[in-house]
Design a binder for this molecule. Sequence first.
Ligand SMILES: [Zn+2]
Length: 511
Amino acid sequence: MKLNSIKVLSFLLLTSLGVAGCATNPVTGKNEIMLVSEDWELNVGKQYYSPLRQQQGGDYTADPAVEEYVRQVGQRLAAQSDRDLPYEFNVINDSTPNAWALPGGKISINRGLLVQLKDEAELAAVLGHEIVHSAAKHGAKGQSRGVLLQGAVAAATIVGNSKGYGQAAQLGSSIAAQLTNQKYGRAAELESDLYGMRYMAKAGYDVQGAVGLQETFVRLSEGRRNDFITNLFASHPPSQERVAKNRQTAVALGAGGERGEARYAKAMARIKKMAPAYQKFDEARAAHKENNLKKAVSLTKQAINMEPKEGHFHSFLGDISIQTNNMKAAKVYFDRAVKLNPNFYYYQVRRGEVNQRRGAVSAARADYQRSLKLMPTAEAQYGLGIIERDAGNTKVAKEMLSGAAQSTGDIGKKATNALLKLDLGDNPGNYLIVNRGLTSKGTFAFQLINKTSSPLAGIKLGVTMNGNKSTSNISGTLGAGETRIIDTGRSMSKAQADAVQVIVLGAVVAQ
Ligand SMILES: [Zn+2]
């Protein structure tokens, strides 16, 4: 059952691709054709880093020291990079073992991968590898091949309840898939392994960490179903070839360096200890998918007992409370979630909805506005549009509703209808088309086309004929999408008919 899905609006890539030309790869020193400029890389990183993290579950905040630790390890490696970029590192609150890099030095690792790693050297191997993807413009090369970001990107759908925040339903076309699951290709993977290990060595890490990491990946991939692994390491497919190559590289680079086992164990103590809580949560979501709400609630409460600081758990109980129409309880759960992580859009959108339904309009407005700053969603735009409409702020209301109207599904339809009612009086000609011409009998006729999905009535036309202005009221209702010919019965020549001007003066949505 798909419940309360949130539509994430399209992001338009506003940056141009820059100028094509030959350039030296800053990592490998090879001369290669680049179809994108450095500005493009920096802009893509800047523009998509935050919304992609939001889309995939937000940052992991239950133990803020984890993200801080990952940042330190990341910056230690970035300092050894052949390319100076505004590197950033964060931990995404998602159980899938994965990591990705955007052009321009923006790197993410999932909570689910951190729990699989043995020591800091393995973490350094992951981050070093991602740094090379970014520094060596592997993503930009994908763009050169026309693989990613073909102008406007299709809207992605996030299903908050059953599939998790991270699982965009339309992965195939979504920007998340294109940017974070793109296959770099075998050559780029090997290049990232090689130079990543060099950065590790320079930063003082034991490069055996990269060998161990690949072995772990191969082991994980062998134990899994094919479709699972396809999603899991889509961007960095593990292989025996990579294990073998990393072994060779390790021999060439020599032994030594630190593994940071104790430091890693200390930093990951909470995240590893809490792994069973996240398992309970996964089970809760599975139970919810099978409509077993009681079991879903019970399992989530068990998860909260183990890890009270995870906002997703509280938010999930909030979702279920909305589903069972208990807005009072929902408010309490979303309050807790927002308090635990005020920077995750989903909690704010949902609390906005709860506040709106409880009549707490100004609280709802504030929630929606904050959520929109974090991530544009059709739900927040629609909710805010209705609030502003009711407050008489027609301009903002129209802006919000037209944004939401672009999304597909229920919310898009609701927004379109609300916008229609609001805008029809001002711009009837945008919704109702009127043409004029002669019938086969040579009589003058109007053709009316209702472009909307609502029946329209009270249609008033302004007609100018031989310099005389008149109005004409069309009786009855014009159905949704209906085209109607209204024959005036008056004979005239084609030239006379062409000289008639007609505009739509007014219409209302029929009740
Ligand atoms: Zn890779």
